[in-house]
Design a binder for this molecule. Sequence first.
Ligand SMILES: *Cc1c(COP(=O)(O)O)cnc(C)c1O
Length: 396
Amino acid sequence: MSMQNPVFIPGPTNMPEVLRKAVDMPTLDHRSSTFATILNPALAGVAKVLKTEAGKIFVFPSTGTGGWETAITNTLSPGDKILVARNGMFSHRWIDMCQRHGLDVQVIETPWGEGLPADLYEEALRADSGHQIKAVLATHNETATGVVSDIAAVRGAIDAAGHPALFLVDGVSSIGSMDFRMDAWGVDIAVTGSQKGFMLPAGLAIVGVSPKAHAAMDAAKLHRTFFDLRDMEKGYLVNGFPYTPPVGLLNGLSMACDMLLDEGLENVFARHRRIADGVRAAVGAWGLKLCAKKPEWASDTVSAIRTPEGFNATDIVTHAADQYGMAFGVGLGEVAGKVFRIGHLGQLSDALALSGLATVEMAMADLGLNIELGSGVAAAQAVYRHGKNGAKKAAA
Ligand SMILES: *Cc1c(COP(=O)(O)O)cnc(C)c1O
């Protein structure tokens, strides 16, 4: 693997130089007042990125997976019923975690490649007239299949059923890259990590907690110690942590929020949309199909691309790594060997995206797929030349 090339895996993402420097800090006493000048801006910045004013932000030394565990263990008790749809490997893993914690998990099986079925959520919630379901779980962006779902529609389903369940949302591969509105969508716990849209190394679980989720904390009986929000909250009251915080990563998080907010969240989302549109145009030019079955489900942060029957899609990833020093994502779970993934989130530009498309074209042609060199690149160039920001670029 070449250290010169950008990565095209859907996390960890490419790190901007300024964030690498922000993470690289001398040792600092985390019980000093200086720590507060790092922690508090990071928490305030995350709130803006999540679009929450009502919610409280908590950051743990962990990863997105720890964020899942934080969300369920602080709000639920053993045997509690929850409702969740499975449409890929990440929703599957969250379900698996819930089962291992002894929750009673009602799963809406959804074909991989499809978005979350708001109508089936609503049906299940309406059927639960006794309100046994304590939480509704949803994965905003299924990173395994490159499928984004309509979280507002799932919220709508909960409201239409008049159901009081908490709404816990995995936004690990969407937050900071695609529109996410914690308050407007009535999300009770939003979960993410540091190494995707925030463009940092892995190492932080980042969660936003609504007042309603906060109120559920004391009654929740699932075991928790490291991820107990109550301990973290006590720490924050005195500008500290219940244990040793990863100061450099928190400094990076504060800077990452500044970067996203300085670019403007809507501009960040538009950039991701434009880059993704170019990738999708390339996929069409190659004569290949996305795993996402409908255009409205196609994610702006990752494209999972189906290869022809009988071809092992993982070979593309291995070949691109070995021969061209460039990283792409393999298929996971049900779609292992059937898709390869191009991650296009975080610190990416049109030009970097073109380098990934050019490289994966070479890899596919080398392996005997019927790909005309330059065809995908040309299709993406057409998008980038006349992209949504075209007018702005020309004026600049
Ligand atoms: C990456 C990812 C996770 C897992 O996050 P880790 O930081 O690897 O623990 C969970 N959900 C989604 C949607 C992801 O993309």
